[in-house]
Design a protein around this ligand. Structure first.
Ligand code: PLP
Length: 473
C-alpha cells in the first residue's frame, strides 16, 4: 500500500468510524443472529490475490456490524463500561503507524518516557500516594488488563514472601496463600493458578452482608490460621469497586493487617479507580498509602479504548527483582547505566506497544476538568435511575451505589427479576446484566458511555417499570 493509498483509505475509514459513532444509538445494542452467522458471511478461505480495499467498507457494514455487541451504544448498561473516544482512537492510530516495539528504553525511548510521565500524570490526577510516582520509589506501567496487573502483583508478592528461593525453585513445597474477599474478581484466582499457587491457596474472605466489603477481622483470622499452619501468605487483594456491586473494601484496616503480616497488598480498582479524578469520590481510596500496588482501567470508565490498565507499585525495585531476566541479546548500554526504565521488567510480555499515546491524547483533549465532567455525569445518571427504583415499592435496591452502577431487583423474587432482565434485553434498546447479592438474583445497570443522557436513563426506567407491570400484576 502506497502512502497515497493509505491516506485515501484511511480517511475513508475514519469517516466510517465517525458515522458509526453517530448512528450506533439507533442500532439494536446486541446482535440477534445465532452463533456462526458472522463466520458464515466470510469467504471460506483467504483470497489468492490481494483484493485491495474494494468492497471492504461494504463488508464492514454487512459482515461485521450485524454481529456486533455495541459497547459504545448509549443503552449499553451491561458489565462495566468499556468506552473509547476520538482522542483515544487517534492516539492508537498514531501508535500503530509508528509501529514501535518498546520492550527496552533503548528500543523505544519516547514510548518509555511518555508512558512514565503519563502514569505520573494519572497518579496526580487521582491523587495517589507520592510513593507511586516515578520521581519517588515507585512508578506506573500500562498492563493490558487488570487481570494481568493481578498476576504481576501476585508474582511480586511471591517474591517478597519467598525471596531468592521462590525465584530459583518456584513454589516447591511451600504452601503460598492469596487473600481476597468473596466479592474479589475471578482474575485473582486465575493469577494464583498461573503463578502455581492453585485454587487451594486462595482464601475468599467473608464480607459484611450490607456493604459487601471485606471484613478485616476475618482477614486477620485467616492470615493467622494459615501462618500457624505453616503456610506463607503472598498477597492480599483488596477491591475498590467490586465487580458485582462496586463495594469498597476498608483499605486502611486491611493495610495495617498486611503490614503486621508482611504481606504484599494489591488494590484492584479496575472500574471505580477512575472516580478518583473527582475529589468528592476520593473517599473510596482512603488507606491507599498502605498498598504495595494499585491498578485501575482507564479502558473502563476514562474514555480510553481497550486495552489500557494503569498499574503502579510503591517500590519499583521489588517488582523488577521479581520479574527481570537478562539474556545476552538484550544487554545494552542504557540498561547497564541504571538510568532508564525497561518496561519489559514490569510485566509478562517482552514486547510492548506505544499504548501511552492514547492516554496522552485523552488527557490533553479532555483535561482534568473534562474527565471529571464525564465521571460526574455517569454518577448523576446512575443516581437518577436509582431514585426511580427506590421510589417504586415493587422494587428494591440491592446494594450501595456510590458510583455509576445500580443493583436492583423485583421484590417478587428471582424468577420475576430474571424474566424482567430477559424481556428488557430482548427489546434490543438496552443491555443490562445480572449478578447475585446475598444469594438473590439482581439486575445490574452500569452507566459509562459519553453518549448516554438523562433521556436514555428515563427511557430505560420507563421500559423496566412497564415490563414489571406485566410481571408482578
Ligand atoms: N477487577 C475488577 C474489580 C473488575 O471489575 C474487572 C472487570 O470488570 C477486572 C478486575 C478485570 O478487568 P480486565 O478486563 O481489565 O482484566
Amino acid at each position: 500500500m502506497t502512502a497515497d493509498e493509505f491516506r485515501r483509505h484511511g480517511h475513508d475509514l475514519v469517516d466510517w468510524v465517525a458515522d458509526y459513532w453517530e448512528s450506533v444509538g439507533s442500532l439494536p445494542v446486541r446482535p440477534t443472529d445465532p452463533p456462526g452467522a458472522v463466520a458464515a458471511r466470510l469467504p471460506a478461505g483467504p483470497p489468492d490475490e490481494g483484493d485491495g480495499f474494494a468492497g471492504l467498507r461494504a463488508d464492514l457494514d454487512e459482515v461485521v456490524l450485524p454481529g456486533m455487541t455495541h459497547w459504545q451504544h448509549p443503552g449499553f448498561f451491561a458489565y462495566f463500561p468499556a468506552n473509547t473516544s476520538g482522542p483515544s482512537v487517534l492516539g492508537d492510530l498514531v501508535g500503530a503507524g509508528l509501529g514501535v516495539q518498546g520492550m527496552l528504553w533503548a528500543t523505544g525511548p519516547a514510548a518509555t518516557e511518555v508512558e512514565t510521565v503519563m502514569l505520573d500524570w494519572l497518579a496526580e490526577l487521582l491523587d495517589l500516594p507520592a510513593r507511586f510516582r516515578s520521581t519517588s520509589t515507585g512508578g506506573g506501567v500500562i498492563q493490558d488488563s487488570a487481570s494481568s496487573a493481578a498476576l504481576v502483583a501476585t508474582l511480586a508478592g511471591l517474591h517478597r514472601a519467598g525471596g531468592g528461593a521462590w525465584r530459583t525453585s518456584g513454589i516447591g513445597d511451600t504452601r503460598y496463600t492469596v487473600y481476597t474477599s468473596t466479592q474479589g474478581h475471578s482474575s485473582i484466582e486465575k493469577a494464583a493458578r498461573i503463578a502455581g499457587i492453585g485454587d487451594a491457596g486462595v482464601r475468599q474472605i467473608e464480607v459484611d452482608p450490607a456493604s459487601l466489603a471485606m471484613r478485616p477481622e476475618a482477614l486477620r483470622a485467616a492470615l493467622a490460621a494459615d501462618v500457624a499452619a505453616g503456610a506463607r501468605p503472598a498477597v492480599v487483594v483488596a477491591t475498590i469497586g467490586t465487580t458485582s456491586t462496586t463495594a469498597v473494601d476498608p483499605l486502611a484496616e486491611i493495610g495495617r493487617i498486611c503490614q503486621e503480616f508482611g504481606v504484599w497488598l494489591h488494590v484492584d480498582a479496575a472500574y471505580a479507580g477512575a472516580a478518583a479524578v473527582c475529589p468528592e469520590l476520593r473517599w473510596s481510596h482512603a488507606g491507599l498509602e498502605y498498598a504495595d500496588s494499585y491498578c485501575f482501567d482507564p479502558h473502563k470508565w476514562l474514555l480510553t479504548g481497550f486495552d489500557c490498565d494503569a498499574f503502579w507499585v510503591a517500590d519499583r525495585e521489588a517488582l523488577v527483582a521479581a520479574l527481570t531476566v537478562m539474556p545476552e541479546y538484550l544487554r545494552n548500554v542504557a540498561t547497564e547505566s541504571g538510568a532508564v526504565i525497561d518496561y519489559r521488567d514490569w510485566g509478562v510480555p517482552l514486547g510492548r506497544r506505544f499504548r501511552s499515546l492514547k492516554l496522552w491524547f485523552v488527557l490533553r483533549w479532555y483535561g482534568a476538568a473534562g474527565l471529571r465532567d464525564h465521571i460526574r455525569s455517569g454518577v448523576a445518571l446512575a443516581q437518577r435511575f436509582a431514585a426511580n427504583v427506590a421510589a417504586d415499592d415493587r422494587f428494591e435496591i440491592a446494594a450501595p451505589h456510590p458510583f455509576s452502577l445500580v443493583c436492583f431487583r423485583l421484590k417478587a423474587g428471582d424468577a420475576a427479576s430474571e424474566a424482567l432482565l430477559a424481556r428488557v434485553n430482548a427489546t434490543g434498546r438496552f443491555y443490562l446484566t445480572h449478578t447475585r447479592v446475598n444469594g438473590d438474583y439482581v439486575l445490574r445497570l452500569a452507566v459509562g458511555s459519553p453518549q448516554t443522557t438523562e433521556l436514555h436513563l428515563d427511557d430505560a426506567w420507563s421500559l423496566i417499570s412497564t415490563t414489571a407491570d406485566d410481571l408482578v400484576r
